[in-house]
Each structure stands twice: as structure tokens, then as C-alpha cells.
Design a protein around this ligand. Structure first.
Ligand SMILES: C[S@@+](CC[C@H](N)C(=O)[O-])C[C@H]1O[C@@H](n2cnc3c(N)ncnc32)[C@H](O)[C@@H]1O
Length: 487
């Protein structure tokens, strides 16, 4: 169906110039959906800024737009994007048609993005029109709720979309690829254990053993013969994969590998627990590697699902989240919430990982969020953005996004324009003890405490009170050093 020319002309005005990759493109890159040799096609590419970013990164990408690139051909590709297009189309039938056309081109995954109602408040002037509104520029915008967008995609494509970020969804062509993506989302990124002893045999064959160590570090179990490229070489040198790994165990700390194994088992439990919300796949539909993980960690799928359900059930019991917050080995505990830095997510207890996982399963990745607030009194998770957390000794809060896990209402707040923003203190509490900046942050906290800067906690939470406190004590901050203002 061809849209009326007037609307097309106005829709073209919605295409903005982008200095940085769009949110969906950032998700695609962060989630590793594009690897060298995988092509992308951008359906409704506007001025083509995402295509330029991709070509700078060395990816092959092309796109079509009815106004800005009408002569470019529609091409099928492993990854197809349709970014912020469906929300500018006022005719519901044409909106669905655009989505279906993009889907028809997607060989592996379609990435759909649209604007959300929580962005609508930024528009000052608007008039209701059809199921959306007309902006002061004469363009149409349909703002979606996160769940509404997902359901609309699912209905239109008869698919099962996966939230990648607020307003961004992945639609996988292959169910196993979808499951693989979901399971890997809850897999922690831990480094493989380091060498402890010098072992002559190990040292001689380190290069041959490296892929094996990487595999076990990644999945927490030994590979089967078809899961490693150099199985034959390992068998030739050591006799078997199992014997090869014994050499690795000799040169490294066995307890570290055991910890990796336990953690991978927990990752799998968390994935299986969360998969309950959208219909857990039957065992035979899991990717082969995941089927093997299940057997290695739980013996069978029934046992794996029982353990996952026990974990999920415990989350709904009164006091479970509260107890987990109180006992958490990491995070800053306040009367209302536990706050942690995103880097500490992997070391949270399974209950808290599941608690946060419920929000992530609904929203996907929240761009820029680096502190996660797990509310204690009610089931809510907030994603907070404190720019320059590493370098600013007391970073101010720029924006927050909160999702209520019963109503699934999403709220955002921006503090950008305020001159008196909330700030962070005691940054070491948000990160793990082995974080490279832990010692630096702790040192500053000790000095600030010794100078009495935290004595009046009612004043120091906001920028103005904190700056006044520093001035009263005659000190100022240079990076993470506290200096005397009196010379
Ligand atoms: C908000 S812009 C988004 C452009 C680009 N994808 C981006 O994210 O920067 C919306 C684009 O949708 C295009 N468009 C409008 N109707 C369309 C349709 N039926 N099919 C494909 N694209 C369409 C417009 O020409 C416009 O460039």
C-alpha cells in the first residue's frame, strides 16, 4: 500500500540527523548480533546515519527509505532493522504492512524500535489524531507502551518478540536462536581461572589447551567432541578432552573451576525461572549446547525446571527480597532500597539476580544505566544513570527509569536541568571488592569521614548541601583527592 504523498512528505521530517548510533543499533552491537561478515539492512533508514556508523565500523550495511533513499533496493539480510518508522505511520494497516515487509527481508533477526509513551511528555504541543497525535511540526507520532508494542509486533508477525531495551525488540526467525539469546543474557561474564602453578606439560601445550579453557570458562562444563575445533589435536596430545582438562586443573586452582561450574548452573536456573513467564520451551527445542548444559548441571530437564521454579516461587514469598537485600555481599543498603553498580550484577545472590532479571526481561537493556536500585518496600526496579561514575568522586544523577513489577508501569525522570541533583557518596559500596577502583573509592571515603563531611547526612545528599559542606570544612575535591582550600 502506498501512503498518501502529503503524509510521506511530513513523515520525512521525522528523520533526524544522528551524531551517534541509534539506541537499536547500540543494542545490536552490544548484544553481538552483528559479527564480521553479517550484513544489515535498514528498512526506513531516514538519512542513513546508522548506515554510516556501521560502515565506519567495517560492517556491510545498506538501507531504503521511501523519501530519503527511494531508489535503493530492498535487500534481504541476516539482520534487518526498522527503526522509529512504525510510530510515524498514522494508518494502522500501513503500519502493519511496513512491519511485515521488513520482516520478510530478515533472514535471522528483525530489530523493531518505536517511541514509548514515556517519551511523549517531552512534546509540549500536540493534538490527538487517530491512535496517536500530531506534533507542532505537523508530523504524526504513535507512542506505545512497552507491552503494547511487544503485543502489536507479536500479533502482526505471529512471532514472539524479545525486549532488547525500552522501545526496542528483537524478533528471531529461529526459535533456537531466540532461546540462545535469552539464556546468554543471564550468563555472567567471568574470566577463566588464572594459572597458579607452573606446570611443564601445561606450558608446553598452552596454545592447544586455550580453546578448552575458554569453553569451560564460558559454559562451566567439559565440551563434547563436536563443540571444540581442535578436539582431534587434544586427543592426539593428551588422549582425550577429559585428560587434557586434568592438565589444566593441575596448573590452575580447581576450586575456581568449581565456582565457575556452580555459577553457570545458577545462570541457567535464572534463565529457566524467567522463561516461565513466556512459556518455557520443551527440552527438544533448546539449542543443543543448552540441552547439554542442563544434563551436565542438573541431570535432566525436569530437575532443572524444578530448581528454577523453587527459586521463582521463593521470590514471591513475603520477606525473600527483603532478606536477600539485607544479606547482600555487595551494594549500598538504604531504608528503602539496595543500590548496586551494574558491574556487580553478576555477584548478586540468585534471588536478587532474578528480581532484577524480571525487570530486564520486560525492558531489556536500559541505555546509560549504571546503578540499579532494587526497591525493598514494593516490587520495583530503577535504572539510574550517573554519568562518569568512575571519574567523578560524587557523580550526580542524570536520569532514572523505574518499572513496577506488578503493574509494569514505567516512569522516567530527568534531572539534567536541575542545579541541585542527587549525588553519590561512598562509591565503593556499589561495586565488588575486587573491582579495580575499589581501593581508590574507599580511600576517599575514609578521608571524607575523617574530615566529618558525612556527619550531617540530611544535607549531603544533594549537590547544593554537599558543596556547602565542603566549603564549610574548608576543603575541595580534585578528582578523588580531597585538598585544603586554605592552602
Ligand atoms: C523517525 S524516522 C527514522 C529514521 C531512521 N530509521 C532512524 O532511526 O534514524 C522515520 C522514517 O520512516 C520513513 N517512513 C515513513 N513511512 C514509511 C513506510 N511506509 N515504510 C518505510 N519507511 C517509512 C520516513 O521516510 C522516515 O525517514
Amino acid at each position: 500500500m502506498q501512503p498518501a504523498p502529503k503524509y510521506l512528505e511530513n513523515r520525512a521530517r521525522t528523520a533526524i540527523g544522528r551524531a551517534e548510533p541509534s539506541r537499536p543499533l547500540k543494542c545490536i552491537l552490544a548484544d553481538g548480533l552483528l559479527t564480521p561478515g553479517i550484513r544489515l539492512f535498514d528498512y526506513g533508514c531516514g538519512r542513513g546515519d546508522d548506515l554510516r556508523h556501521l560502515s565506519m565500523l567495517g560492517f556491510e550495511a545498506s538501507g531504503w527509505d521511501p523519501v530519503h533513499r527511494p531508489d535503493h533496493e530492498h535487500r534481504s539480510a541476516p539482520v534487518v532493522t526498522i527503526g522509529y518508522v512504525v510510530n510515524v505511520i498514522e494508518n494502522p494497516a500501513e503500519r502493519q504492512e511496513a512491519l511485515r515487509r521488513a520482516w520478510a527481508l530478515a533472514e535471522q533477526v528483525l530489530v523493531v524500535s518505536a517511541r514509548l509513551t514515556l517519551e511523549a511528555k517531552a512534546l509540549r504541543e500536540r493534538t490527538d489524531y487517530e491512535d496517536g497525535c500530531l506534533t507542532s511540526r505537523g508530523t504524526f507520532q504513535k507512542f506505545f507502551e512497552q507491552q503494547e508494542l511487544r503485543q502489536w509486533i507479536d500479533r502482526t508477525l505471529e512471532a514472539n518478540a524479545v525486549p532488547a531495551a525500552p522501545g526496542v525488540f528483537y524478533v528471531f526467525r529461529d526459535e533456537q536462536a531466540r532461546t540462545h539469546f535469552l539464556a546468554s543474557r543471564y550468563r555472567r561474564r567471568l574470566a577463566a581461572p588464572r594459572l597458579t602453578k607452573s606446570a611443564e606439560l601445561f606450558a608446553r601445550h598452552e596454545a592447544v589447551l586455550a580453546p578448552l579453557m575458554e569453553f569451560v570458562g564460558e559454559r562451566g562444563r567439559l565440551p563434547q567432541d563436536d563443540e571444540l575445533a581442535n578436539t582431534a589435536e587434544l586427543a592426539q596430545v593428551f588422549g582425550s578432552i577429559r585428560k587434557a582438562f586434568r592438565v589444566v586443573l593441575y596448573a590452575t586452582d580447581e576450586a575456581d573451576w568449581e565456582a565457575v561450574r556452580e555459577e553457570r548452573g545458577r545462570d541457567l536456573s535464572i534463565y529457566l525461572a524467567l522463561s516461565r513467564f513466556e512459556g518455557r520451551p520443551p527440552f527438544g527445542k533448546l539449542p543443543l549446547a543448552l540441552q547439554r548444559d542442563v544434563k551436565a548441571f542438573f541431570g535432566n530437564y525436569k530437575q532443572a525446571c524444578t530448581e528454577a521454579d523453587t527459586l521463582l516461587y521463593s521470590l514471591g514469598q513475603p520477606g525473600t527480597v527483603e532478606e536477600a537485600c539485607q544479606n547482600s555481599a555487595v551494594g549500598k543498603l538504604t531504608p528503602t532500597a539496595l543500590y548496586i553498580h551494574e558491574s556487580a550484577l553478576p555477584i548478586l545472590s540468585p534471588v536478587l539476580r532474578l528480581y532484577e532479571g524480571c525487570a530486564r526481561g520486560y525492558l531489556g537493556r536500559v541505555d546509560g544505566a549504571n546503578i540499579i536500585k532494587m526497591h525493598r518496600g514494593e516490587p520495583k526496579i530503577s535504572y539510574l544513570n550517573y554519568p562518569d561514575f568512575d571519574n567523578d568522586p560524587h557523580p550526580p544523577l542524570a536520569e532514572s527509569l523505574t518499572v513496577h513489577l506488578q503493574t509494569f508501569r514505567v516512569k522516567t525522570r530527568s534531572f539534567g536541568a536541575s542545579s541541585n541533583r542527587p549525588i553519590l557518596h561512598r562509591k565503593e559500596l556499589f561495586i565488588s571488592a575486587d573491582h579495580p577502583l575499589h581501593a581508590k573509592f574507599s580511600r576517599l571515603t575514609r578521608i571524607e569521614e575523617s574530615k566529618g563531611l558525612f556527619d550531617d547526612t540530611s544535607r549531603i545528599g544533594l549537590e547544593e548541601g554537599w558543596n556547602e559542606t565542603l566549603a564549610q570544612k574548608g576543603v575541595y575535591l580534585k578528582g578523588h583527592r580531597l585538598l585544603s582550600a586554605r592552602g
